[in-house]
Write a protein that binds this ligand. Structure first.
Ligand code: ZN
Length: 333
């Protein structure tokens, strides 16, 4: 048995208990929409409920035992009546929609019961979503459909209105930071990682590869130069930052770190403390102290607005250099 399945309902204890009581009373409705950020345990919870439906020896609470042959098959992705669809690419493809429709119209292979899980449901195109509507509304047999999505606003209202909407419980940043520290991540780094992810596994990965710390070092070095009104900060973009953000995912991570830096600039204005980049507090403080409130506010406003860096088809280096110049002007006023 993998640990994952029972780890997540622990995180989602409230929802797991709710589903367990429904399972016990045989009162599941036929369509659920689970929403929450990546790593919040949506698919693990859906599989856990599926295991609860098929489990041979459920606990008195209604929870699956996790040990029987049915639970095992579901956990390992080998149950013919638990269908887990993960869209490939940016949208649910025509073949996948066709597959889903076919699965909706067939009852279970081994029994009448069936569970269909669609991950990243926000990737349903309008026509795919419309073609699934009637199946969601009038399922054949004992069908339970789970749509999983990060954000309910990206789904068609007609789909949302036909599902029971449940939001995943997300631990607060402070709780996450403690959780990460308990899992062996050093306390000085757990605040930064808790700002970046809700997922312990992702946090562990980031911690082990260390790229996030290298990026943080370069980001703060660059920013310290900007704070010193040092024009070499523009050159740094090409010579120091670009070589370590060659891939899109690294650029994405840099932008997420930049967002945390903005939060820290605000933290500093409020209580002269930085939280995510606490490691650099002693270097940042003397520079930040020299600034007027207006300079600080202008820079924060600029950083919050920087929409260009987020656009898909920009030249990342150009956009970052332009931002550097604008920041220099802010601090030079
Ligand atoms: Zn079982």
């Amino acid at each position: 048995m993998t640990e994952k399945m029972f780890e997540t309902p622990k995180q989602q204890k409230f929802l797991a208990n709710y589903f367990a009581s429904l399972l016990k009373q045989n009162q599941l409705v036929h369509a659920y929409l689970l929403t929450g950020p990546a790593g919040s345990g949506k698919s693990s919870l859906a599989l856990w409920v599926a295991a609860g439906l098929f489990c041979l020896h459920p606990e008195t609470t209604g929870s699956p035992c996790g040990k029987c042959a049915e639970c095992q098959r579901i956990l390992t992705g080998n149950h013919p009546d638990v269908i887990d669809v993960v869209p490939d690419g940016s949208s649910v493809k025509v073949e996948q929609t066709r597959f889903l429709k076919a699965e909706f119209s067939k009852s279970g292979v081994e029994g009448r019961r069936k569970v269909i899980i669609l991950e990243s449901a926000e990737k349903l195109t309008i026509s795919a979503a419309n073609s699934l509507l009637k199946f969601i509304e009038e399922p054949s047999g004992q069908m339970t459909f789970f749509l999983l999505a990060q954000n309910v606003n990206q789904l068609l209202p007609t789909i949302v209105s036909r599902c029971q909407l449940l939001k995943m419980v997300i631990p607060s940043e402070t709780q996450r930071s403690q959780l990460f520290a308990q899992a062996g991540i050093s306390a000085s780094k757990s605040d930064l990682l808790a700002g970046l992810t809700v997922d312990l596994q992702v946090a562990k990965q980031l911690d082990q590869t260390g790229a996030v710390y290298q990026l943080s070092d370069k980001l703060i070095e660059w920013y310290l130069k900007i704070l010193s009104k040092d024009w070499l900060s523009v050159v740094d973009v090409q010579s120091q930052i670009m070589p370590i953000v060659v891939e899109k995912k690294d650029q994405q991570l840099l932008l997420e770190l930049l967002e945390l830096l903005v939060k820290d600039l605000i933290n500093w204005m409020v209580n002269n403390q930085v939280k995510y980049f606490a490691k650099y507090q002693t270097q940042l403080t003397p520079k930040l102290k020299q600034l007027t409130v207006n300079q600080q506010l202008a820079a924060i406003e600029l950083l919050l607005k920087q929409p260009k860096l987020r656009q898909a088809n920009i030249n990342f280096q150009n956009a970052l250099e332009a931002l550097t110049l604008q920041l220099l002007k802010c601090y030079d006023r």
